[in-house]
Every structure is written in structure tokens, then in C-alpha cells.
Design a protein around this ligand. Structure first.
Ligand SMILES: Cc1cn([C@H]2C[C@H](O)[C@@H](COP(=O)(O)OP(=O)(O)OP(=O)(O)O)O2)c(=O)[nH]c1=O
Length: 193
């Protein structure tokens, strides 16, 4: 059986693989996440996911290495993680009362195969008050999350509607990933907790 190595430091990605009983180990990648100006969001998340998978695959050439990357896209702008509270406020204020898209790219790299795909989910936010935004930023939640919010935590209160896979927003489209892993023979399709 091929071992799975998750090339990620994201606690959400680890939780999602654990939640569905896919056995894995973790070796976080440390790549340059700069994206060329003008790159399409779908290409950007795929390129970064592959960059992460490739870096760690070099260390585990017999494994199946999974890399992933998530960005928020609003009015044509790609939003990564906010650098500070000022940027977090600007991001969440922009998202308030509007619809944005969350793109997650995933790369699976094995000795024989390389699969890269992305999923997109649209998220609509309620109108948010300045007070709500300020107190959300105080929780510290925005800083390790694309777009400055976490749908899986208090950011859930901002969400009016979503269209697409919820787990794409959290950072790993787990059911699509599972289907690719099954097709490659890396997971079997039976569950063992
Ligand atoms: C929009 C949104 C993003 N996120 C997270 C998912 C990702 O962890 C993060 C986007 O940053 P990424 O650069 O995709 O991932 P990361 O730096 O956390 O981890 P690594 O590169 O080591 O794999 O934002 C949420 O947890 N909830 C959300 O609702």
C-alpha cells in the first residue's frame, strides 16, 4: 500500500483526512507562495498545490504526496491570508454583503502519476457591522486563513449561503480527493477506523 504524506501545516487539512479515516503522515512544505500577477485563480491554486507536493515528494519518492492551496477571490482580486489586523478588516469589510469564490487546488504526486485539480465554491456573506468585524478580528481567527475568515469556526456566522462543496472552503475538497486516490489505487474504498 502506498503511504500518503500530506504536505501541509494546515490543521484543517489534517482534520479532514482523519475525519474520513484516510491514514497519512504529515510533512509540511515551505514554498514561496508568490503568484505571478495576472495568474487565473484556478491556475494559481493548482500551481501552488503542485509546488508544495513536489517539494515534499523529493523527500518521499515512494509515497503519494498531497499538496493543497486555498485562495478567496473577490471582484477579480485574489485574497490570501491577511498580514495584519488592518488587512483583515479590509478583506472582511469587502466581503460583507457580497458573494466571493473560494478556490482550492490539490496536487497528488506519486512515482508514476501526477494529478492536479481544483474546486470552486461560491460563498455569500450577510451585511456585517463594523463592530462584528472588529470583534471577530480580536479573536485572532483571520490570520491563518485565506480571505481572513474560517467558515468552520466563528466565520460561520457571516455566511448567508454557499454553492459548492463546503470542504473546498475549509481547504480540502475531500470527496473529490478521495475519488482520485481511489482511482489511483492509493485508497481502497473501504473504511477502517
Ligand atoms: C476561506 C477559508 C480558508 N481557510 C484556510 C484553509 C487554508 O489552511 C488557509 C489558506 O492557506 P493555504 O496557503 O492554502 O494553506 P496553509 O498555509 O494553511 O497550509 P499549507 O500551505 O501548509 O498547506 O485558509 C479555512 O480554514 N477556512 C475558511 O473558511
Amino acid at each position: 500500500m502506498t503511504n500518503i504524506v500530506l504536505a501541509s501545516s494546515s490543521p484543517r487539512r489534517k482534520e479532514l483526512l482523519s475525519q474520513v479515516f484516510i491514514p497519512y503522515t504529515v510533512h509540511a512544505a515551505d514554498v514561496d507562495e508568490t503568484i505571478l500577477e495576472g495568474t487565473m485563480p484556478s491556475d494559481a491554486v493548482e500551481q501552488l498545490a503542485l509546488r508544495k507536493a513536489e517539494e515534499i515528494f523529493a523527500l518521499y519518492p515512494d509515497a503519494a504526496v498531497i499538496g493543497a492551496d486555498t485562495v478567496v477571490v473577490h471582484n477579480g482580486h485574489i485574497l490570501g491570508k491577511p498580514a495584519d489586523a488592518v488587512e483583515a478588516r479590509a478583506m472582511i469589510t469587502a466581503l460583507s454583503g457580497t458573494i466571493h469564490s473560494v478556490y482550492t487546488g490539490v496536487a497528488i504526486k506519486t512515482r508514476n502519476e501526477q494529478i492536479i485539480f481544483h474546486e470552486k465554491t461560491d460563498v455569500e456573506f450577510w451585511d456585517l457591522s463594523e463592530e462584528e468585524i472588529a470583534s471577530y478580528i480580536e479573536t485572532g481567527e483571520p490570520f491563518d486563513k485565506a480571505g481572513g475568515y474560517g467558515i468552520q469556526s466563528a466565520g460561520a456566522l457571516f455566511v448567508k449561503a454557499i454553492q459548492g462543496d463546503y470542504f473546498t472552503v475549509v481547504g480540502l475538497p475531500i470527496s473529490s480527493l478521495y475519488r482520485h486516490l481511489k482511482r489511483l489505487g492509493i485508497v481502497t474504498g473501504t473504511f477502517s477506523s
